[in-house]
Design a protein around this ligand. Structure first.
Ligand code: TYD
Length: 220
């Protein structure tokens, strides 16, 4: 990977409001003169977007779901993420592998050992440093919100997809999946309190970037 490439992901349960900060993040980095590749998972390539439709609309068992999510991810990494990082872009990705551990692992109760194996298959040797290094985000903004509040925010907002239609108990398990994943990689995760106002949430995002030398005086 090019030393200048930055891989930033946004995570959180449905209704946590992460996607509403993508425009501002893009503007912040472009204001620094950086090229930004903005993308999402599942998706980001024609093949992966086709798989996304299946994943979000079709009922399927958790292993099938996990295999499709990682198939989409593999294509996305090879076609979009790696080339962008190699060019030195900022890659802003709405969800990545942490979502698989949270939704398929936490929400659906699927075996996280199997997910770790799939993660190694899809992401190994793609970290740039060595054969075994896994491609991982440099920083993950985790928008943490109580599932009950997220459910209220989502109610009536739009036609729910397969996951959004799940009961609040499902999202409690997804939230726990995110918490477990964050605890296992505390240096990468930034927990954002998504229960605050939109402006306050953005201030937390900016502060996290400043703290890591990615924004603020001398940068923007
Ligand atoms: P989301 O990113 O919230 O997009 P939108 O705002 O258009 O609804 O929707 C993607 C859904 O896919 C979300 O419910 C989480 C789920 N998902 C998984 O279950 N596993 C994964 O690995 C990923 C990336 C997403």
């Amino acid at each position: 990977m090019n030393a200048g490439g930055l891989f930033l992901t946004l995570e959180g349960i449905d209704g946590a409001g992460k996607s509403s900060h993508l425009d501002a993040l893009q503007a912040l980095f472009e204001g620094q003169g950086r090229a930004v590749t903005r993308t999402r998972e599942p998706g980001g390539t024609p093949l992966a977007e086709t798989l996304r439709t299946l994943i979000l609309e079709q009922p399927m068992d958790p292993l099938t779901e996990s295999l499709l999510v990682f198939a989409a991810r593999r294509d996305h990494i090879a076609q979009v993420i790696e080339p962008a990082l190699a060019r030195g872009d900022v890659v802003l990705c709405d969800r990545f592998t942490d979502a698989t551990f949270a939704y398929q692992g936490g929400g659906r109760g699927f075996d996280t050992e199997v997910l770790s194996t799939l993660e190694r298959w899809a992401q190994a040797g793609r970290g740039g440093q060595s054969e075994v290094a896994l491609l991982q985000p440099h920083i993950t903004l985790w928008f943490d919100l109580a599932p009950e509040i997220a459910a209220q925010r989502l109610a009536g907002a739009r036609v729910p997809d397969k996951f959004e239609a799940q009961p609040v108990e499902f999202f409690r398990k997804v939230a726990q999946g995110y918490a477990d994943r964050a605890a296992a990689d505390a240096a990468r995760f930034v927990r954002i309190d998504a229960g605050q106002s939109r402006d306050q949430v953005w201030q937390q995002v900016e502060a996290a970037l400043v703290a890591r030398g990615l924004a603020g005086e001398g940068r923007a």
